[in-house]
Write a protein that binds this ligand. Structure first.
Ligand SMILES: Cc1cc2nc3c(=O)[nH]c(=O)nc-3n(C[C@H](O)[C@H](O)[C@H](O)COP(=O)(O)OP(=O)(O)OC[C@H]3O[C@@H](n4cnc5c(N)ncnc54)[C@H](O)[C@@H]3O)c2cc1C
Length: 405
């Protein structure tokens, strides 16, 4: 018989209780305050602290370094529920994974232990009254004003001192999630701009060092609980031991980091899609036109059906990537961009249909689907735009079916 256990296609028995607990938590805590935090653009700290206490932040950090050692599949189920609660909240909870991943992939033992300790130890800094103290957050800083999809155009520089003991970091990063809370950031900088991609190097930067400052806080369309800001580095002295991997490996490590991030992107999208379908399905039963509930029109019930199809197919492909990451398979790198495009496009179809099913009411702030549509758009843009993902997929297709000249 086919054994689907551990593949993510069926939930493991031992995960069911945990996921049901997370579901109850988001229903009781996250959702009731989601609209208020969407308006204010502030993180729901009360829920964040509870999520931390429940062990839902960075649950997949390896046990050998003091983490909980959950699989990518279990973490993906958690992500689905958190995003079902609120996309900006779920993103805030998940971004530490992106911030620490370069170190977990290519860092030294010492770097790994330090980072995990920072992210897992309970500190009062998590209280909003002390937002700038060490607070158990990490950020991943690749993007710059002139270097988004084109990471090779990175202008941030890291110049080694004559005695080799330090690098001096200068530059500006933009759109960095959680940067304003971060204790440390994995920063991509160039050691020699003439080398392009080959000069890019990854550094583990203590965000409390002199010369590191936070610039503009973005006022965004959606995921408004998630903080997005500029980070400025002005003559920041970082020790040579802050190098992650080797000089020139920054691009490779950054891409591998994003590849691992794809283990949860499908799950995040599914969580938001579920929230949208739930609203639309309920509305379609109570809204009557021409004497009957709107869902009794095939035009509407087919939309609900297509939304459910998008959810199931996205979960299947997203969980397959998570299972491949758990298995350490290289196939995760091939499937990741496909899952990213498929799930984020499906998400945008589903939220758009949810608004359509609610008609004029769907367009109003009083109904949650309007927010879901705003939250959904970013998923096609960040962590590598869908156009860039399609370039990668297209290159792979041509390489696979190469015609000999
Ligand atoms: C809310 C938010 C959070 C973010 N969080 C982070 C973070 O934590 N860390 C981080 O480092 N970055 C982060 N980013 C940055 C994000 O990853 C970039 O915005 C994204 O990679 C696109 O870069 P860009 O905005 O410079 O767009 P550009 O690269 O300028 O692209 C503009 C448009 O052109 C298209 N395009 C570009 N090149 C090509 C090409 N060769 N072929 C076809 N189409 C192309 C793109 O797909 C896009 O549609 C975040 C962004 C946002 C908005």
């Amino acid at each position: 018989m086919l054994d689907l256990n551990g593949t993510g296609l069926v939930m493991l028995e031992e995960d069911k209780e945990l996921i049901s607990m997370v579901h109850d938590f988001v229903l009781k805590e996250v959702r009731p305050r989601a609209a208020e935090h969407d308006r204010s653009g502030e993180l729901d700290w009360e829920s964040y602290n509870k999520a931390f206490e429940m062990g839902l932040i960075c649950a997949d950090l390896p046990a050998e370094y003091g983490g909980q050692g959950m699989s990518a599949v279990t973490s993906a189920w958690i992500r689905e529920e958190l995003m079902y609660g609120d996309a900006g909240f779920g993103l805030t909870c998940g971004t530490n994974n992106l911030g620490i991943k370069p170190v977990m992939l290519a860092g030294t033992e010492e770097q790994k232990r330090w980072c995990v300790e920072v992210l897992t130890s309970d500190k009062p800094g998590r209280d909003p009254r002390w937002p700038q103290k060490r607070s158990g957050f990490a950020a991943f800083a690749l993007t710059e004003p002139d270097a988004g999809s084109d990471a090779g155009a990175c202008r941030t520089t890291a110049v080694k001192t004559a005695d080799g003991s330090e690098y001096i970091l200068n530059g500006r990063k933009c759109f960095i999630t959680n940067a304003c809370y971060a204790d440390f950031m994995c920063v991509v900088a160039s050691i020699d701009r003439s080398l392009g991609y080959k000069g890019l190097t990854m550094f583990l930067v203590d965000a409390h060092l002199p010369g590191v400052s936070i610039g503009k806080h973005e006022d965004k369309m959606g995921i408004r609980q998630s903080a997005t800001c500029d980070v400025i580095f002005e003559d920041v002295h970082i020790p040579a031991s802050a190098l992650v991997g080797k000089e020139g490996e920054g691009f490779k490590i950054a891409m591998k980091t994003l590849e691992h991030g794809r283990a949860s992107i499908g799950a995040g999208c599914v969580g938001i899609m579920r929230a949208a379908l739930e609203e639309a399905a309920r509305y379609a039963q109570v809204r009557k036109t021409m004497g009957k509930p709107i869902w009794k029109n095939q035009g509407i019930s087919f939309k609900l059906a297509n939304m459910q199809i998008d959810i199931e197919t996205s979960r299947a492909i997203g969980m397959k990537v998570a299972a491949l990451v758990d298995a350490g398979s290289r196939e995760a790198a091939e499937l990741g961009p496909i899952a990213k495009c498929y799930c984020t496009d499906a998400l945008n179809r589903v939220v758009t249909e949810a608004v359509q099913i609610l008609g004029g009411y769907g367009y109003m702030r009083d109904y949650p689907v309007e927010k879901l549509m705003r939250d959904a758009k970013i998923f096609q843009i960040f962590e590598g735009t869908n156009e860039v993902q399609r370039m990668i997929i297209g290159n792979g297709v041509v390489a696979k079916y190469k015609v000999k000249e």
